[in-house]
Each structure stands twice: as C-alpha cells, then as structure tokens.
Design a protein around this ligand. Structure first.
Ligand code: AMP
Ligand code: ZN
Length: 115
C-alpha cells in the first residue's frame, strides 16, 4: 500500500512532505479541507495509494472503494451535514480533474445549488 508518485501533490500530503490540516486519517485514506472551498463544507477524501483517477481503478481496489464510500456519510455527519451532502469525483481532463490522484469531493452546507 505504499505506491507514491514524486510530483503528485496529494502523494506529498499523504507522506507529509507538504503540511496539511487533516481532519481524518486511517491506514487507507486521509481527509482534509479543500484549499479553495466551493461550499461551506468542502472536504477531499484521498486514498493513500496513488491511483490516477476513477478510470484507472482495478478489481484489487474494491475494498478501498467500499471503505471510502462507507466513510463519506460518516465524515458528512461529523461536519453536521444532517440534511444531506454532495459527492463529486471529477475524472480525467474532460471531467474537470486537475490533480491526477483519485479523490472524492464532499460538499455541503446551506442548500447546495441544483446540479
Ligand atoms: P479536481 O479538480 O477534482 O482535481 O480537484 C482538485 C482539488 O484539490 C481542487 O478543489 C483544489 O482546490 C484542491 N487542492 C489543491 N491543492 C490543495 C491542497 N494543497 N490542499 C487542499 N486542497 C487542495
Ligand atoms: Zn499521488
């Protein structure tokens, strides 16, 4: 579980080469506040291993993906998002992905705009 890429900003946060204010961490993932929040609550849930995007997932990542999905409502609850939240996974350049290390955006707060 120690795949890291030297020039990847999220790998550097995972290895603590770049300081970050983690709001959650375990052996598989970290969560932190997005540096440019698009909602009152805007977290990023990031796997410790470097997977470039959703499009590169393999069957071996099944456990990691279910771990992340099950964690999201838990993180939302801790942020007091009891009325609901939004998950976004930008995938590839055409999907608006800027950082090529898989991550899930967790957004919430006062009513989010329609999508
Ligand atoms: P995406 O467009 O899905 O690749 O989103 C990347 C997100 O990472 C953007 O919302 C950025 O604001 C966020 N981001 C970039 N650098 C950092 C950082 N050092 N700490 C927290 N969030 C970051
Ligand atoms: Zn990475």
């Amino acid at each position: 579980m120690s795949v890291t890429i030297p020039d990847c900003i999220f790998c550097k946060i995972v290895t603590k080469e770049i300081p970050a204010n983690l709001i959650y961490e375990d052996d598989q993932v970290i969560a932190l506040k997005d540096i440019h929040p698009r909602a009152k609550v805007h977290l990023l849930l990031i796997p410790r291993i470097h997977v470039p995007s959703l499009a590169q997932l393999e069957t071996k990542h099944e456990g990691l993906m279910s771990h992340m999905m099950l964690l999201l409502p838990n993180l939302a609850h801790r942020q007091d998002l009891h009325r609901g939240f939004r998950i976004i996974i930008n995938t590839g350049k055409g999907g608006g992905q800027e950082i090529d290390h898989l991550h899930m955006h967790l957004l919430g707060g006062p009513q989010l705009p329609g999508f």
